[in-house]
Design a protein. Structure first.
Length: 102
């Protein structure tokens, strides 16, 4: 997985004179998995990249994303969705583990 897009809501709100705590949206994409998707069902190309939303609340980082498995399952590609979910969970566990250990 790699980050293909980052939206910094915090910086965007500053441009209109508003303030907010940490607030970021990341879009993650894996070209090898995308190739599998495109080969099996081009219509499922509407799903990637996966969006991960991380924001700050009460001095904690909150991380949200929509699980991919049910989204891909609509196209008969639930196994690919499961693979995506496992990869994202692993990345997020590692990222938050590093923060907790510091």
């Amino acid at each position: 997985m790699k980050i293909v897009s980052r939206i910094n809501a915090q910086d965007n709100l500053k441009k209109i004179g508003e303030q907010i705590g940490g607030n970021q949206i990341f879009e993650l994409f894996n070209p090898k998995l995308a190739k599998k998707v495109f080969e099996k069902n081009l219509e499922a190309g509407i799903i990637p990249p996966v969006r991960v939303y991380i924001y700050e609340e009460n001095n904690y980082a909150v991380c949200l994303y929509n699980p991919s498995e049910p989204l891909f399952a609509k196209f008969g590609l639930g196994e690919i969705g499961k693979e995506v979910d496992e990869a994202i969970a692993s990345i997020l566990e590692e990222a938050f583990k590093e923060k907790l250990e510091k």
